[in-house]
Ligand binder design. Sequence first.
Ligand code: LLP
Length: 386
Amino acid sequence: MKGHFPIDKFSSLRTPFYYYDTEVLRNTLNCIRAEVARYENFVVHYAVKANVNPKVLTIIRENGLGADCVSGGEIQAAIKAGFPANKIVFAGVGKADWEINLGLDYNIFCFNVESVPELEVINELAAERGKIANVAFRINPDVGAHTHANITTGLAENKFGISMQDMEHVIELAAEMQHVNFVGLHFHIGSQILDMGDFVALCNRINELQEKLDARGIRIEHINVGGGLGIDYHHPNRQSIPDFSAYFKTYATHLKLRAYQKLHFELGRAVVGQCGSLIARVLYVKQGTNKQFAILDAGMTDLIRPALYQAYHKIENISSEASVETYDVVGPVCESSDVFGKSVDLNGVKRGDFLALRSAGAYGEIMASQYNCRTLPQGYLSDEFM
Ligand code: LLP
């Protein structure tokens, strides 16, 4: 076993595959549970979009988290993994009728509504079923986040949410509808956020909005502040657990929560990011004109984050102790952007070595595609190798 990877057991598996270290996942969840227990009204949901591996979902559910879903497929995955329907919320800017009906049929806790036309459709579909749907409004708080432009969501220019100016009007509209019940407000400013100041800015904005609503006598039972807590991609190790203490404390300090309110979080990356690695084998080492390439059997179809967001994933040669050399680490896909890292220092690489692309538990396996008719990677939990 090199490091904590059971590579002797890897030889019989088809590569590439995702490897999830269940101890890291459980330690992360224990930390979340311990931190949340300090605050009476905090409720944590897992943003299912980050990773829907059924065994990973089951462990998360066993730790008491609710599920934040953004499609009918995610609702089905959450239900299958045993999440109780009353702990499922359904968000998303374009919910199809069948997806809304699915949520209604399961009696999920809440729909996070992103527009007036969507509210009208939910009201109609709930009426057809003789039901009353809980709804929260996703408000676009026009708060930026210091992260990659593709993963900021809370700016006025983004497609998400209802504008602050329209908020009161929409709440009034909902009050007139027979088959929806307004329960709260929902926000999400972006992902991979490490600067707590961004969350403070969101708290300040929510405080302002609450004052406005208070003045009109509108009561908000649930405030959902989305997810977004980032992870340390540069120093993955078995102890690298995101700073949940600072994260929850930021909200406890800066958000003026009323005694009757519940504060919901929807964390994805911070829950599953560090437990996962993409394991690939080296197919060829190729000498270019002025650099050498390590060509892997994994490509952007297996882990698209580097190609899509120029994201950094630490790469380790887990088969070798040989002296360090520098490589461009690339995949087999016919796209120049199929590169995992340029000028990467690795223990000397040879054909057949296993490489680990670390911190790939979130938005890795689930964003895989079959471009070039490639096979989707499998996911294995470390428990399965015991
Ligand atoms: N809630 C809402 C409404 C969201 O849109 C998201 C993520 C989350 C919660 C969870 O955010 P997290 O805690 O994971 O930051 N594929 C990109 C990330 C996209 C995030 C989309 N929304 C990536 O690989 O970086």
